[in-house]
Design a protein around this ligand. Sequence first.
Ligand code: BG6
Ligand code: MG
Length: 214
Amino acid sequence: PAQALIFDLDGVLTDTAQTHYRAWKRMADEEGLPFDQQVNEQLKGVDRMSSLEIILRHAGRTLSAEQKQALAERKNGYYVEAIAEVTPKDLFPGVARVLEQARARGLKLGLASASRNAAALLDRLGIAGRFDYIADAARISRAKPAPDIFLDVAAALGVAPARCIGIEDAAAGVAAIKSAGMAAIGIGDATTLAQADACLADIAAFDVDAFVSP
Ligand code: BG6
Ligand code: MG
């Protein structure tokens, strides 16, 4: 049976996948870079600089390292400004119940977010204390879809990957979970997340007891 749940954050526990999108869109509009929700799908779960590279590639624009740094920082400024308004009310419905169900079953809880803003966001959401371990994205060498961040969390929790369930809204995230040798629950569109072992429309549909047999 499973011994740990390892959650992604943006788009799984709260709607910040959209907040990231709006911040990128604001920067892209200012720079005249074509960018839309469809391109954004490729950005989900992907780290900050790789996200910018995808936007630039799609727009056919080449920039210097300094220019890229400046655009990534500008986007992050917009994002940080937006999450300063986040409160526990912004948790997706069902998150508190899922975390309680997991705790009641004695499961370890980990967080595997690619975001450098994850710790601050968890604080704003009031759930930082619920996790046994929160990965520091800045210390993970290979980003999702590489398994590194999920393996880092499993090791810190002291649970074998085969006994972990990863929960992700991004195709890159589901790929990372599967490549770590874990079971994957996809949150969102079953076609986009076809690699997941199970797919749910949202976190509210996650019944921990149904997935974790006693
Ligand atoms: C991921 C998001 O969780 O974090 C991506 O899905 C985002 O959209 C990435 O780019 C990095 O976030 P940050 O806050 O470090 O720029
Ligand atoms: Mg996500």
